[in-house]
Design a protein around this ligand. Structure first.
Ligand SMILES: Nc1ncnc2c1ncn2[C@@H]1O[C@H](COP(=O)(O)OP(=O)(O)OP(=O)(O)O)[C@@H](O)[C@H]1O
Length: 245
């Protein structure tokens, strides 16, 4: 079980002050499950991912506990498929990027074709540069590079952003499949209706603070406890049916 307790992030500013965009986040993630992380823009979702991965800049102060099976989380146990496809190296073919991720994580050379096929990507994609991939292929390529590390836990940051509904569904089904294979998968998303189709629990962030963690069925069952959670849900499921013509 990956356990995050009281995770906070503070940035020191040049003027000697500081900002604190994340305070007191608690999160658990077990192998075999998908957990969602949602919130408005700027709520701190990507910060959570970057803090867990140790990717924040030097002026960041991260506090809280991050443990896996009771021990401090070690390098290589958690992988991130970042939000932006610019995280892919624009000058390196995808197959070589997958090999590089595996090598840097101390893994044996991967079967690139199998890595691609696992994400529904065709074998020729191994020879493609990132600019030659569609948005949906690039999102899957980011997941492929993360999986090449061999980590048992994965964070996918906005894996469906900007994709058509069919491709978004396919990517979320892939992530659910990874959980079914035994990964622990945390999905950061703005797309709550799609997210609750695969996530057992969803943690809701508002302006850097966790307002609640709800079971997926609490969204559809009208049982959300916090007003912000209810507002987030109704904003995404509003159909416009009550709009006067
Ligand atoms: N390096 C940094 N220095 C200072 N503040 C930062 C830094 N990185 C992020 N922040 C701040 O942290 C807050 C949360 O940012 P974050 O990227 O985590 O939001 P988010 O919830 O992922 O938003 P979005 O859904 O728009 O991607 C923002 O106010 C942002 O300005």
């Amino acid at each position: 079980m990956l356990r995050v307790t009281a995770l906070s992030v503070r940035f020191r500013r040049h003027d000697g002050g500081h900002s604190q965009p994340l305070s007191g986040l608690d999160l658990t993630l077990a192998r075999g499950e998908v957990v969602g992380l949602v919130g408005g823009s700027g709520a701190g979702k990507s910060l959570v991912a970057e803090a867990l991965m140790g990717l924040l800049p030097r002026n960041a102060e991260v506090s809280g506990q991050i443990t896996l099976a009771g021990q401090p989380l070690a390098r290589g146990q958690l992988a991130l498929a970042p939000q932006g496809i610019d995280a892919l190296d624009p000058l390196t073919r995808l197959g070589d990027q997958i090999r590089r991720f595996a090598r840097l994580a101390g893994q044996p050379p991967p079967d690139v074709t199998a890595c691609l096929a696992r994400l529904g990507l065709p074998a020729p994609a191994a020879r493609a540069f990132p600019h030659q991939l569609s948005g949906g292929m690039a999102k899957r390529a980011l997941i492929a590079t993360a999986l090449a590390t061999g980590a048992g836990f994965l964070i996918a940051d906005e894996p469906t952003l900007g994709l058509d509904p069919e491709t978004a569904d396919r990517i979320l089904a892939l992530l659910a499949g990874l959980a079914a294979e035994g990964h622990g998968v945390c999905v950061i998303s703005h797309d709550l209706p799609r997210l609750i189709a695969i996530a057992g629990r969803v943690t809701i962030l508002q302006e850097g603070r966790m307002v609640e963690t709800a079971q997926a069925q609490e969204f559809t069952g009208g049982q959300l406890r916090h007003p912000f959670s209810r507002a987030l849900w109704s904003a995404q499921t509003w159909t416009g049916a009550d709009l006067p013509c």
